[in-house]
Write a protein that binds this ligand. Structure first.
Ligand code: C5P
Length: 213
């Protein structure tokens, strides 16, 4: 049995007490991966941004709001895990300044200054120990294969799942699983549940069976 950390869902970056930037992510892929991992007998820690779907009751769910929260909680749980799957769509930008009061309308354009948030998968990928593995996702509309390989390297992933924008908030997904040599290990188009089972079977064979005694 392995202990697996899964990040899931969107994160929110508040501009003021009521408005936020976010990503269109339902958390369905994370939920499906969690269920597939549980079905294989693994223990799952799900660090998730705000979602309206339900996660499997056997998973330990750690709710977070911002990308910083997701990084903090993921970094706290990762050392006791065998591996992590980054299925979240963390918000990549945050306002440089957060207003304490609701920003009042003035009739003029509002300029926001945005700065990048930390990358959860890249941070954990860099910190991983020899017995740990990291699987990332890459959502690209163009040049998918090449960009996914660049992300795999940059984020120190052991495998990366490339999918297109049709994956967002959809029931089905079309993915390629790519290894560090750039080879496509598997390609599948199916419901997110079936895709998750397929991906978990590959993760089992290629990563878990190689590391967990
Ligand atoms: O956004 P991007 O396409 O770079 O995301 C690729 C991978 O990196 C995904 O696995 C996603 O969960 C992860 N990611 C992250 N933290 C971010 C942005 C992306 O963990 N701030």
């Amino acid at each position: 049995m392995a202990k697996i950390l899964i990040t899931s869902g969107p994160t929110r970056q508040y501009l003021d007490p009521v408005r936020y930037l976010s990503n269109a992510s339902s958390g369905r892929m994370g939920a499906a991966l969690a269920q597939a991992a549980i079905d294989q007998g693994h223990q799952v820690i799900l660090v998730s941004g705000p979602v309206s779907i339900e996660y499997p009751s056997q998973a330990t769910v750690i709710p977070v709001v911002s990308t910083d929260d997701m990084l903090r909680e993921s970094s706290r749980w990762f050392p006791q895990c065998d591996g992590m799957i980054g299925a979240a769509a963390p918000c990549d930008y945050m306002p440089k300044f957060i207003e304490a009061e609701k920003i009042a309308k003035t009739g003029q354009p509002l300029q926001l200054q945005l700065i990048e948030t930390p990358d959860v998968v890249a941070t954990l990928g860099q910190a991983k120990q020899p017995h740990q593995w990291v699987v990332g996702f890459a959502l690209e509309s163009e040049d998918r294969h090449f960009r996914a390989i660049v992300k795999l390297e940059k984020k120190h992933c052991d495998l990366i799942v490339s999918n297109g924008p049709a994956a967002i908030d959809a029931e089905r997904n079309e993915v390629e699983l790519i290894d560090p040599s750039g080879a496509i290990v598997t390609k599948i188009t199916d419901t997110k549940e079936a895709v998750a089972q397929h991906l978990m079977a590959e993760i089992q064979r290629r990563l878990i069976d190689q590391t967990v005694p």
